[in-house]
Design a protein around this ligand. Structure first.
Ligand SMILES: Cc1cn([C@H]2C[C@H](O)[C@@H](COP(=O)(O)OP(=O)(O)O[C@H]3O[C@H](C)C(=O)[C@H](O)[C@H]3O)O2)c(=O)[nH]c1=O
Length: 180
């Protein structure tokens, strides 16, 4: 497997080894020793799976007291996946990484605890599957508005479909103001 560093500290793109033959393909979507040796020493406690249609955008989300590290992939279709640095004390505060993950490139992204995460769907439908290093605590959820002007994420879609909850998320500036 191949590990590609990104501009954000600790955020990696993983290209697993794909074994193709006349039947199709096989790949290991996680391997504790290999991922630990590659610098991703994490213990997962929850696996999630969401399905979304074209144009859906979920995020940007994080958990405050129980931050989740996420190993994410698109097991069906294609998504544009984003990790954003929302920590005002971080040298890369306000920066983001965006990567296309698909069932063609088989790429994954490792997003350590503390980053905000979101994605939008590029294909007709996409299955998003991911492993988390902490459990879901709904009361602990936070988020940043997808169109935040400071992050200025160059989403490759226009007029995305978001949940009412996500449409009401605060700006990064408001988030940082209330964090003080
Ligand atoms: C996240 C989550 C949700 N739910 C329930 C709560 C709602 O009844 C329903 C949909 O939840 P929500 O609209 O928050 O789902 P997403 O918008 O896909 O949320 C996720 O979106 C972005 C991309 C993330 O990175 C997070 O993992 C997560 O926040 O699933 C659960 O039961 N367990 C969970 O872990």
């Amino acid at each position: 497997m191949k590990i590609i560093e990104t501009a954000l500290p600790g955020v990696f793109i993983i290209e697993p080894t794909v074994f193709g033959d006349e039947r199709g393909f096989f790949l290991e979507s996680f391997h504790a020793e290999r991922y630990r040796d590659a610098g991703m020493d994490m213990a997962f406690v929850q696996d999630n799976h969401s399905r979304s249609r074209k144009g859906v955008l979920r995020g940007l989300h994080f958990q405050r007291l129980h931050p989740q590290g996420k190993l994410v992939r698109a097991s069906r279709g294609s998504i544009f996946d984003v990790a954003a640095d929302i920590d005002p004390a971080s040298p890369s505060f306000g920066q983001y990484v965006g990567v296309t993950l698909s069932d063609e490139n088989h790429r994954q992204m490792w997003i350590p605890p503390g980053y905000a995460h979101g994605f939008c769907v590029l294909s007709e439908v996409a299955d998003f599957e991911y492993k988390c290093t902490d459990l879901y605590y709904p009361e602990d959820e936070g988020g940043v508005l997808w169109s935040d002007p400071d992050l200025n994420i160059q989403w490759p879609i226009t007029e995305p479909l978001l949940s009412a909850k996500d449409l009401a998320l605060p700006s990064l500036a408001d988030l940082a103001k209330h964090a003080r």
